[in-house]
Design a protein around this ligand. Sequence first.
Ligand SMILES: [Fe+2]
Length: 395
Amino acid sequence: MGLHRLTSVTIGVPNLEATIAYYADFGLTHHGDGRLSTVDGGQQLQLVRTPTRRLVGLGIAVDDRDDLDRIALQLGRLDLPVTRDADTLVTEEPIAGFRAQITVSPRLRQPALAAPAYNGPGRIDRPDVRAAGVLREGRVRPLKLGHVVIGSTDQQATQRFFTDGIGFKISDTVPSIASFMRCSTDHHNVLVQQAPMNFLHHTSWQVQDIDDIGRGATAMLEDNPDRHVWGLGRHHVGSNFFWYLKDPAGNFSEYYSDLDCIVDDELWKPGVWEGLRGLYNWGPPPPPSFLLPDDVAAMMTGAHSASQPIRTGGSASRRGRGRAHRGEARRNDDRSSRRPRIRTGWGPWSRRGRRRRPRRVRPGRRRGRRPCRGSRSGRARAASPRAGPASCRCS
Ligand SMILES: [Fe+2]
């Protein structure tokens, strides 16, 4: 029958206890040994200790053993190693090096929650009562793992691993940068984006609706405003509401709701998205540290430790260089910070859409000023009808 869901994600972090505490705050239930569960999806997060943060493994569910046979063949065509027993196949992604475990598992049957009633123009769907969203109390608890976003130094190869190797389908594409891929009816379960190093960008966790995104993020930020990354907003690709937060190891975690669902492949038309549309529809502008997390440059040099912010002393620091790990509490409107010149490929910081610096104008060439007649170029320009009034400063 085929692939039908993500079962779990395994994340390696250097600060295991603090990260477990974070995801317990986030609303997952800790069962000991770094194993955490969602309400509907069961044990879907495994945290393990590693020297630096990284994606260690991804679990994917299929319906039957024929699916495993087919995936083994496909991976063989890519020359990728496979370990197989009756109901499980394990392989390794060739670029980022994480383990993918594909297991014969039952489909996830989520209980259908009643849609909240909203009043609208000419429509009173909630007469005489307050909104359900303002009456909820208690901690928000994610219902399931939705998707994982991976930075890869070879986006095409990692994407091929998922599509040609395992059988993911492409839902939408941002050319040369990323593809949104699904192994279920969710619009995307994996997104691989081109990056200067291999790293885990974020995991995303489904909550009931936009109220629970707001309630969850508000609770997370109450005593820890530094956890804020980006939100509240709505993505254009996938349509989901979002709010991104950051765990103590530097991984982003997203609350999401109302993601597009693709039930009939024939009815969905994959789109190609350029620029900011690939990122969001509305909300505050994404901070640069969302596009490329602050610790990535430090990890590239092997200098990163989650509990010890990178310090660059001496003149380099004074000049503002090497500030890759500072400013974890930067807000959405902070675009002024100096960051390593690494191309992310997204939005106004992308290769295509990157903002150009104003061109340096040499004296005597400013608009509205006639250049000196003493020089050849000045004489030539003086003959031009577009030359401005004389204001030579040569003498
Ligand atoms: Fe996401």
